[in-house]
Design a protein around this ligand. Sequence first.
Ligand SMILES: CC(C)(COP(=O)(O)OP(=O)(O)OC[C@H]1O[C@@H](n2cnc3c(N)ncnc32)[C@H](O)[C@@H]1OP(=O)(O)O)[C@@H](O)C(=O)NCCC(=O)NCCS
Length: 180
Amino acid sequence: MSAAEELVGCRVVLRPFVVDDVPAVLTYASDPEVTRHLQWDAYDDPATAASFIRSTLGGGDTWFARAIVLRDTATVIGGADLRVVSPADRRAELGYGLARAYWGNGYATEAAGLLVRFGFDRLNLLRIQAACAVENERSIRTLERLGLRREGRLAQYRWKAGTARDLFLYAITRADWAAG
Ligand SMILES: CC(C)(COP(=O)(O)OP(=O)(O)OC[C@H]1O[C@@H](n2cnc3c(N)ncnc32)[C@H](O)[C@@H]1OP(=O)(O)O)[C@@H](O)C(=O)NCCC(=O)NCCS
């Protein structure tokens, strides 16, 4: 995928972030409900959003961070990313988040599904994984809808809000994906 290339689904498009997306990024990045289970904490500073957007533009061939945009309205509703954590092993990690107003419509499943297909079809990956807080029931359902399988529990893996949290490790292999 070149920096400008879009991944197009039925209802959403994934495209590179642009500087004008700062307000949309802040809509979800400033919401503690959105960041409750994430590695990073909520922020409401436009400079931080702009810096995040600039960082996504330098992802090269290993970090594909994209805005999730509704096709109907061109509204940016969230972000999704695929990070090739080990090129030699053809392994990547998946992440996603939506502004709360857009939860419950299947948009994250569609967006992440586009990245999974891109990862296997175009990047020739062997494995795509995701680490998800054990309390993050919505994301667990999303990962399972995508066909990722729970492989285990990562005990006390993430320090968040003063506590060590357990995460579930989920993954889908190229063979699983091709089968079905
Ligand atoms: C995780 C997160 C993206 C899940 O959002 P979501 O909207 O529930 O996820 P999906 O896109 O998979 O939507 C599925 C829901 O939409 C419903 N839905 C409604 N219309 C639908 C449609 N046309 N197609 C598919 N699903 C639809 C499904 O029934 C499902 O609801 P359910 O889980 O209550 O049964 C969201 O909670 C979020 O942004 N959380 C904060 C960030 C985060 O935790 N990221 C994950 C880190 S591991």
